[in-house]
Ligand binder design. Structure first.
Ligand SMILES: [Zn+2]
Length: 71
């Protein structure tokens, strides 16, 4: 996938897993770190879930560290 995708575009996307037909290109934003992602909804879901898991992990590490008397 080397073509630059435009938000709102409906396109067919070939990935290593298969071909997504009529996939809408969306833009999503992570409120925790302000990273943004442009891609298919499927990929955007992975971005959102990945960031949620990552930031949740970071928060948990902070709580564990502070409970141990660290920063
Ligand atoms: Zn994030």
């Amino acid at each position: 996938m080397s073509k630059v995708l435009e938000v709102g575009e409906i396109t067919d996307v070939v990935t290593e897993f298969g071909t997504e037909l009529h996939a809408e290109i969306v833009r999503v934003f992570c409120p925790a770190c302000s990273e943004e992602f442009i891609g298919t909804k499927r990929a955007a879901g992975g971005f959102v879930a990945g960031h949620a898991a990552f930031h949740d992990h970071e928060n948990r590490m902070d709580v564990i560290l502070s409970n141990m008397g660290g920063t």
